[in-house]
Design a binder for this molecule. Structure first.
Ligand code: IVH
Length: 675
């Protein structure tokens, strides 16, 4: 081929690519297409034909890349440079007003706060990384710290820009992490299930599961067949975003080519937020996708920074969930579940019913008093509700449907698992199995210990724990770290490979933050939040286990009942032994899980001028302790310039290229280890 025709092919390909990018943007981001779908298809076919004839000109940024790249063997994992946190939930106006009060209290202000309110899409959080305007990688949220790399699958989503829209060279962010929610529209979901039904493959329960299943395909060509969508709602690490408003940052993202939900309300008062919630509850059914509530965010980024985050969620945002969806069904039987603290929980076995896309066949009945109060009998028709990810529960009996054949339920006097006597503490509604060595309790404690929010041991699930306890290989969670590969291999459905994987997962879980460690112990009344507070206060297991009730009770947020339960736990010799064995088996508690420290990870600071409350060296140490870096000169890679008294030319340069400038006070706040 002559140089001339090669030139003209390049030009033609480039023209098609840039036109197609533009049409994509008009269609998906602006919702204002200029050409018909048929015309778009014709252009993309022409591009594919040219690229096929000239494979040397292929590019991962080409609009044709959306048809899917070659399959992967497995997903790689990647650490997010800024953790992807989750959100606290509220379910009533009162919860949201409390949130507003907390925000003001934490900011020590009585001024009204401006919020941005966004629909909470029911999909999956992802992060996309752009370097010099090109999509480089994309990953799932995963556990918030590490996610799976799904770049090729994300490329297939048409509303994800592969190249950012051309700005003048100055404005193109050199490095940008954008976060958003990938979801499947309801109609797409319906069609997909119809096809699956025909093809005799299992249907998806709801659009969310369908989106998750599609995104986790090792073969991107499969993902490409299932049209997914995205709305972007935030940034991870990002350069050159100078605006202090969340809403304005979203507008910048939109100009760069990201799809932003048009239903977002910007900078409104808390009362307007509540009004908008009502409006959204009405409108949600008209949307083409599922939402499960609203996300409310403090709009100002400097206030967000001041509020900070706990290890799980930011203090500047909350999810206001829609209320539960209810359905009627029938109670076939009532069984008993024995929990890790020995609590006997009656559980209704239901005729399976689909509630908001999830098949429900069990519902907790809480305890005997609750059953009496609601007068629930076996055989009753009942109203059942499920609120988001919460365990389904029985709201009430439909008495008019009674036939007289319903049977009253009686709580057993003995533990249905180990036969020990059941007791009920005074002032308590629950009944408990008296035997702390009851196998059901042991299994439940180990399940809790290995769960995601605790040691997060991948692969140590319910079935395996069942076998390990039944065979006597695990008597308590302290035995987990001494399990041997040979032992595991002797179990059902456990080959050398899976035994090895489990040993590795156990190994990897050994290093753990103190709050997770406390939560894992399974102390009664100590959930994730209390564990967080205790970790902050006591720093290590020795201090915690030797604390007295008064010490614990004096902590903000901890009442006498919790304090008593903690003391009780550590007073028992068996628990102290377990704790010692855990520490002796090489569990290592990580001290640096301070959320503020994560927040500055990867951030570059430049200091200029004289600081008053600290020396430069101290400032440097603070920044580094919080995960940041200090550099001597200002460049586009700088995230913050700290300006002291009589700042030098570095400040001028920072202003010129639009780097965020902060003062000493702000630096103190960014690096403070407060919660
Ligand atoms: S903000 C730290 N905005 O909700 C801020 N999240 O429960 C966290 N989600 O993992 C995210 N719509 O998957 C935000 N407009 C929205 C959202 C949204 C849906 C999801 C997201 C997140 C989860 C937290």
């Amino acid at each position: 081929m002559s140089a001339y025709s090669e030139q003209s092919v390049i030009a033609k390909i480039e023209k098609l690519r840039s036109e197609l990018h533009r049409h994509n943007y008009r269609y998906y981001v602006l919702d204002d297409p200029e050409i018909s779908d048929a015309e778009y298809d014709r252009m993309i076919q022409e591009l594919i034909a040219l690229e096929t004839a000239h494979p040397e000109l292929a590019s991962p940024d080409s609009p044709s890349a959306r048809v899917g790249a070659a399959p992967l063997e497995k997903f790689e994992t990647v650490q997010h440079s800024v953790p992807m946190l989750s959100l606290d939930n509220g379910v009533s106006d009162a919860d949201i007003l409390d949130f507003d009060k907390r925000v003001k209290k934490n900011l020590d202000t009585s001024d009204n706060i401006l919020y941005t309110a966004e629909p909470k899409m029911d999909g999956l959080a992802v992060e996309m990384v752009y370097e010099n305007g090109r999509l480089i990688t994309a990953s799932t949220r995963g556990d918030g710290v590490k996610g799976e790399v799904i770049t090729e699958n994300i490329r297939t989503i048409r509303s994800v820009p592969l190249l950012l829209r051309e700005q003048s060279a100055e404005k193109m962010p050199r490095y940008l992490e954008v976060r958003g929610e990938v979801f499947m529209g309801r109609e797409t979901f319906r069609q997909l299930n119809e096809e699956r039904l025909k093809a005799n493959v299992p249907v998806f329960a709801n659009p969310r599961n369908a989106a998750a299943g599609s995104l986790r395909q090792l073969d991107p060509r499969e993902t490409a067949k299932r049209p997914l969508e995205i709305y972007c709602y935030g940034l991870g690490k990002a350069e050159g975003f100078v605006s202090d408003s969340h809403w304005e940052r979203l507008q910048i993202l939109k100009r760069l080519g990201f799809r932003i939900n048009p239903m977002i309300r910007a900078k409104i008062s808390i009362q307007e937020v509540l009004d908008y919630y009502q409006e959204l509850s009405q409108k949600r059914h008209e949307l083409h996708y599922d939402i499960d509530g609203m996300v409310i965010k403090v709009d100002s980024l400097s206030l967000q920074a001041e509020l900070g985050a706990t290890s799980r969620s930011p203090r500047w945002a909350i999810a206001y969930k829609f209320s539960a969806i209810q359905k009627t069904t029938k109670i076939i039987d009532i069984g008993i579940q024995v929990g890790r603290t020995g609590a006997l929980t009656p559980v209704a076995h239901l005729e399976p019913v689909n509630i908001a896309g999830v098949t429900v066949s069990r519902a907790t009945l809480h305890n005997e008093d609750e059953i009496r109060r609601k007068d629930i009998r076996i055989g009753d028709a009942v109203l059942v509700q499920r609120a988001g990810d919460v365990i389904p529960e029985v709201v009430k009996v439909i008495e008019s449907a009674r036939t007289g054949a319903e049977k009253e339920f009686v709580m057993p006097k003995q533990c249905p698992v180990c036969g020990a006597a059941v007791y009920r503490e005074k002032d308590e509604a629950v009944q408990r199995c008296n035997n702390i060595n009851c196998s059901a309790q042991i299994k439940a404690r180990i399940r809790h210990f290995a769960s995601k929010a605790a040691f997060d041991i991948d692969g140590l699930g319910e079935k395996l724990i069942e076998q390990l306890v039944n065979k006597g290989m695990l008597l308590s969670y302290a035995d987990i770290f001494s399990l041997k590969k040979e032992q595991l291999q002797s179990l059902e459905r456990m080959g050398p490979k899976s035994a090895e994987n489990l040993i590795r997962a156990i190994e990897n879980s050994r290093r753990i933050s103190f709050d997770r460690f406390i939560y894992a112990l399974g102390i009664r009344h100590v959930g994730e939040n209390i564990a967080d507070i205790l970790a902050e206060k006591f720093e290590n297991p020795e201090k915690l286990s030797s604390a007295d009730v008064a010490d614990v009770e004096s902590i903000d947020g901890i009442g006498p009942e919790i304090a008593e339960s903690i003391r009780n736990f550590f007073e028992q010799e068996e628990n102290r032994n377990t704790l010692n064995r855990l520490m002796a088996s090489g569990v290592e508690i990580l001290t640096e899980n301070k959320p503020k420290q994560n927040l500055l990870e990867g951030k570059t600071f430049v200091l200029t001028g004289t600081l008053e409350s600290m020396t430069r060296n101290e400032a440097k140490e603070k920044i580094e302790a919080a995960g940041g870096k200090v550099s001597s000169s200002v460049s586009r890679n700088t995230d913050y310039v700290v300006a002291g008294k009589d700042p030098g030319s570095k400040l001028d340069k920072a202003v010129k290229i639009g780097i965020q400038i902060i003062d000493e006070k702000m630096l103190q706040e960014l690096t403070a280890e407060k919660r």
